[in-house]
Design a protein around this ligand. Structure first.
Ligand SMILES: [Zn+2]
Length: 466
């Protein structure tokens, strides 16, 4: 079975191929840079990273555009409160976003574009929509007339036929019950920042920026548009209404949406005290690879219940894989190759790929890998694993890590407590007694990675932190 994705637009799993040539043109909604990204946001961005990596593993090239929303209601409010210009205020959080995504090993999209660099194009698009009869003005603002667009509701699968024509909203975010004509260009209130333009002084609404930047760089019909489920309505519905009114062509072939994340089965919120940024988790001693692993391990269309037990389990899972890799690299195996294990490796590789082809079933891919690791460890213990089995196993691990990217420890990792260090040292003493020097060396290396240096003396093993 070929690569396939669930398309929110058709509500079907469909085979995927780019519309033209070998390059997949993707647009994903980026951050609104008014604070640090929380892990719910980062779940969506991690899904998009897995999507990128898997498309490339399947031989495609990528042209991926992500916007940075650097003008918006909350930004304006917060910047004013801090007596900063928009640029000054958003610079800090844009950089923080780039740092966080780099820490999580999320690949940079081919193009990262700022809304405020595209005001002129947005004004032109609003004028074009006006020429086509899709807009009207009120109090200096320009609104999109949704009753003029017959397909309104086709992405969110809502029936909006009963909506009251002319009811409108100025805010960028609103709920389903409030389908309204939405704002394209907002007249400035009080001392809000604004741009002079042919349609009057003002600033763009959130929705128009994505339509304009997506089509500017990627053309009128994208291969994939992705984001979180919270964006389906109104944001993506409005993007379709704007773009298709301008081009009379489908705006995106595939719409992919990542589900919500909860914390210990609770909705994440500041008021509930369970609101976490990546920085919060790192300062609690968790490493970025564990966070990445946990975010990636649940298939993107399933709700993700983020728990601290899950985070610890992620760290353990990564350790198992690192230990397995080290064992492949350092254990002494007897000559030859075991054909059964070669076949087993191939089967795992196929199952890994087929799982990801199946709408990025990351859980299935991980299951395939871990079953293989378990069987291989057993074969190593019994001496059935041979020198000739090492290379295929390392290749399988490399294929896994090209997507999941968790095997390399982060530089700053210091997440080993004194008690954990002592447990590992005790295990190492036992391993040496059993003449399992590979394991002993592995533990030494693991502790070294965590900044802990061992010194073997007649009185036993001493240790200190670097
Ligand atoms: Zn968007």
């Amino acid at each position: 079975m070929a690569l396939r994705f669930y398309n929110t637009l058709t509500q079907q799993v469909e085979p995927f191929a780019p519309l033209q040539g070998n390059t997949v043109r993707i647009y994903t909604c980026g951050p609104t840079v008014y604070n640090f990204a929380h892990i719910g946001n980062l779940r969506t961005f991690t899904f998009e990273d897995i999507l990128r990596r898997w498309l490339r593993a399947r031989g495609y090239q990528l042209d991926h555009v992500m916007n940075i929303t650097d003008v918006e209601d909350k930004i304006i409010r917060n910047a004013a409160a801090e007596h900063k210009s928009l640029a000054e205020y958003t610079e800090k959080y844009t950089q923080a976003f780039l740092d966080d995504t780099a820490t999580l090993r999320l690949e940079r999209p081919e193009r990262l574009v700022k809304a405020t660099d595209h005001i002129k194009e947005m004004v032109t698009a609003i004028q074009d929509l006006g020429a086509r009869g899709f807009t009207y003005q009120s109090d200096g603002s320009v609104y999109y007339r949704i009753s003029k667009f017959p397909g309104y509701g086709k992405l969110s699968h809502n029936d909006f036929s009963g909506i009251r024509a002319g009811a409108r909203v100025d805010v960028d975010e609103y709920d389903k019950a409030n389908a309204r004509d939405f704002v394209l260009w907002k007249a400035p209130k009080d001392s809000e920042p604004f741009w002079e333009s042919e349609i009057g002084p003002g600033r763009p609404g959130w929705h128009i920026e994505c339509s304009v930047m997506a089509m500017k760089y990627l053309g009128e019909t994208l291969d994939i548009h992705a984001g979180g489920v919270d964006l389906i309505f109104p944001h993506h519905e409005n993007e379709i209404a704007q773009s298709e009114a301008l081009t009379s062509k489908p705006f995106a072939h595939f719409w992919l949406h990542a589900e919500f994340l909860s914390i210990e089965a609770q909705k994440m919120s500041k008021s509930a005290g369970n609101f976490y940024t990546l920085r919060d988790l790192l300062s609690m001693g968790y490493d970025p690879e564990s966070v990445r692993y946990l975010l990636a391990s649940v298939p993107y269309r399933k709700k993700l219940n983020f728990t601290f037990d899950g985070l610890k389990a992620a760290a353990t899972a990564i350790d198992r894989l690192r230990n397995f890799k080290l064992r492949l690299e350092t254990d002494k195996f007897s000559e030859g190759a075991n054909q059964k294990i070669i076949d087993r490796t191939q089967a795992a590789s196929i199952q890994f790929g087929e799982s990801l082809d199946d709408d990025l079933n990351t859980a299935g891919a991980l299951a395939a890998l871990f079953e293989f690791v378990r069987d291989s460890n057993t074969a190593m213990d019994s001496g059935e694993f041979r020198v000739g089995n090492v290379r295929p196993a390392l290749d399988l691990l490399a294929g896994f890590d090209a997507i999941f990217d968790v095997l390399r420890p982060s530089q700053k990792q210091t997440g080993v407590s004194d008690a954990e260090a002592q447990t590992l040292i005790d295990e190492r003493v036992q391993a040496k007694k059993n003449r399992n020097f590979a394991r002993a060396d592995q533990i030494r290396q693991q502790l070294l990675d965590a900044g802990i240096i061992l010194e073997d003396t007649k009185e036993g093993t001493r240790w200190k932190r670097k």
